[in-house]
Design a protein around this ligand. Structure first.
Ligand code: PRX
Length: 649
């Protein structure tokens, strides 16, 4: 049975098998090996996960693998574990103690190499600083930082003492930061004076100053000096990182934590106005990111691995930091923009550090294509052996360009499907085993049981569109929405009863390959980042001139989707270009530059059904250009269109 709302139109036929050379050296080198592992993982899940969990360091082994009281899971009950021990301490009694854990490059060009021993020292010191400021196990700490090594150091320091970190992406505004601090009731904020982006300074501390005006729980702010420009320091509340760290002990015993102890909260957009605080655990999350780093990235001891995400998103948490360091690998971190000072900055970095594994987003690849082949062609990319993507469906033509121009038809591509909520990659090729098809994230990883279903939860036939769901719990799944277990139940486990509802439309082809088509809810995907249309609407409506707003995604060659806002004004106000600019700036202030509407269209009223629901399908069509009427500032009356649509239905 098909789902009439989700129609699949893509009919990509090409397949690309991994080279025999790659397969021969890979951790999982054939489809037979993959199938055997997968079969075991679903036939004997407890035994499988238990065996896998032996790879981690446990202070105390678990009694039970899984307690599942749907939709609440407890993994590895009775065990005791710490993520910072797994990511650092266990590498110190081998030669890895002097191996580079983090290689960092600042946007202005500085380099730092932090070996595992250095990381241990810095993390212990900062953990002691946190303790000195009164941070205790279970307390929330907000991190609003540039992409500098002190961000992972602060995260690992929180993990070491059992504090729960909530990283807020540095591109979010003061207002968005305030909301997230308040929702998490954080008691401390760690920030920097600023960070570098495209040659400019991002004024992080100024934003923190504005945010903490409205956050009663925050008692202290720690400030790392990165840009050394002038900022205000408030006596008694603000402390310089370097002052606190001086004299802090370099020894700090790691807390023995219940595997279910929350490691972090990360806010992500949903269909209602308020972002959701996705809560991840310690033990299950670590197991998920540890294993998938091996399976998907085929991590080896001598790899130099680079994920270009910002740590403010889940990709950075899982695959710049935790999954990579728990495997004792070398992770590269770059602070700034891909086109600063020139559009070949990424390729220059690959050439300079001999990067072997490169993980980025389709939106970035589309920008590379636009900037021109001369930039990657002008650099030596021969060190690369594996390349990957995440964040949105990749168009087959973009995939082919990536394979040819960056991967030189030699590197397998891993198109990895996952979400903030899933913690780790769930559907992806195994680079040494899986033949790939451009545009498909291919097959589920071991232990993961996805399906494509209709509204009643019935599996749909091959090649029919439907909802992507996951039928069984997995270790790195989110545990709840912070402070709102009802929302967790409602959002993820009630839409289709008994299974995890991902919010994506998908189809499965006759080889069992998954093709993800995009969101089925009111979430848009702008440059690989999720934005709830409600969030942008709420921001617009908070402007005093705006009566009502409806936001939809408009297909965009570069960003995947652009933000298209329909706005009706209070009757005393007239549309104008100046007001349009003002409204865009208002959204930037409320949420951040990523949410800036690309288009604003003024309208007398929004088209609604008789029951009062905004007709988003109509608005999406109009935004996409199928019913264009006048330029953007023209006031439009949708009454006629609405009537036509209703007659059609
Ligand atoms: O729609 C899917 C898309 O990104 C969403 C998750 O967004 P977020 O939680 O911000 O996490 C992004 C990084 C993990 C999904 O619901 N998405 C992610 N990866 C893919 C994808 N769509 C298609 N193919 C992918 N590989």
């Amino acid at each position: 049975m098909s789902n009439p709302e989700i129609e699949s139109v893509l009919t990509e036929q090409r397949t690309f098998a991994p080279s025999s050379e790659f397969s021969a050296a890979a951790r999982i080198g054939s489809m037979d090996d993959y199938r055997a592992l997968y079969r075991r993982s679903v036939e004997e899940p407890d035994a499988f996960w238990a065996e896998m969990a032996e790879q981690l360091h446990w202070f105390k082994k678990w009694d039970r693998v899984l307690d599942w009281e749907p939709p609440f899971a407890r993994w590895f009950s009775g065990g005791e574990i710490n993520i910072s021990t797994n990511c650092i301490d266990r590498h110190l009694d081998s030669w890895r103690k002097n191996k580079a854990a983090i290689i960092w490059e600042g946007e202005p060009g500085e380099e730092r190499v932090i070996r595992y021993q250095d990381l241990h020292r810095e993390v212990c010191k900062f953990a002691n600083v946190l303790k000195g400021l009164g941070v205790e196990k279970g307390d929330r700490v907000a991190l609003y930082m540039p992409m500098i090594p002190e961000l992972p150091i602060a995260m690992l320091a929180c993990a070491r003492i059992g504090a729960i970190h909530s990283v807020v992406f540095g591109g979010f505004s003061a207002e968005a930061l305030k909301d997230r601090i308040n929702d998490a009731q954080a008691r401390l904020v760690v920030t920097a004076d600023g960070g570098y982006r495209r040659g400019n300074i991002v004024p992080l501390k100024d934003n923190v100053d504005a945010a903490v005006e409205g956050t009663p729980t925050v008692k202290n702010v720690v400030v790392y000096k990165r840009t050394a420009h002038d900022i205000k320091m408030k006596e008694g509340r603000d402390h310089w990182w370097h002052d606190l760290i001086e004299g802090a002990s370099a020894e700090c015993e790691a807390a023995r934590l219940d595997p279910e102890h929350p490691l972090f909260i990360l806010y992500t957009s949903g269909t209602t106005g308020k972002p959701k605080g996705v809560v991840h655990s310690t033990g299950g999350y670590l197991l998920g990111v540890h294993l998938t780093s091996q399976w998907v990235f085929d991590l080896k001891e001598d790899d130099t691995y680079w994920c270009t995400a910002d740590i403010g998103w889940v990709t950075g948490h899982s695959y710049i930091l935790y999954g990579i360091l728990s495997n004792g690998a070398t992770t590269l971190m770059y602070e700034g923009a891909p086109n600063h000072p020139q559009p070949d900055r990424f390729w220059e970095i690959i050439e300079k550090y001999r990067v072997t594994i490169f993980y980025t987003a389709p939106t970035a690849i589309r920008a590379f294509i636009k900037w021109g082949d001369q930039w990657p062609k002008g650099r030596d990319l021969s060190s690369l052996r594996l390349i990957g993507t995440v964040g949105e469906p990749i168009n087959p033509e973009v995939w082919v360009w990536y394979s040819r121009t960056i991967g030189k038809d030699r590197c397998p591509i891993v198109d990895t499907w996952w979400q903030t909520e899933t913690g780790a990659i769930l559907i992806s090729p195994l680079p040494g085993a899986t033949p790939t098809k451009p545009g498909s994230c291919t097959l589920p990883l071991p232990g993961i049981v996805p399906d494509v279903v209709d509204k009643n939860g019935e599996s749909v036939d091959d090649n029919q569109g439907g909802f992507l769901v996951i039928r069984r719990p997995w270790p790195s799944m989110l545990r709840t929405v912070y402070g709102d277990p009802e929302r967790y139940k409602q959002q993820y486990w009630s839409q289709v009863p008994g299974v995890y509802f991902a919010g994506d439309g998908a189809r499965r082809d006759s080889d069992g390959y998954f093709w993800v088509m995009g969101r089925v809810d009111d979430v848009i995907n702008v440059a690989g980042h999720r934005l709830g249309t409600m969030e942008v609407e709420s921001a617009l409506v908070s402007h005093p001139y705006v009566a009502e707003a409806a936001v939809v995604g408009k297909p965009d060659d570069l960003k995947g989707q652009a933000i298209y806002a329909f706005v009706s004004l209070e009757s005393s106000h007239e549309p104008s270009d100046a007001l349009m600019d003002e409204l865009k700036a208002h959204v930037v202030k409320e949420i951040g530059a990523i949410a800036r509407p690309d288009f604003i269209r003024f309208t007398q009223e929004l088209p609604k059904t008789r029951s009062g629901k905004i007709m988003r399908r109509l608005l999406r069509d109009i935004a996409a250009g199928s019913h264009t009427v006048g330029d953007t500032t023209t006031l439009e009356n949708f009454a006629v269109l609405t009537q036509l649509m209703e007659e059609e239905e």
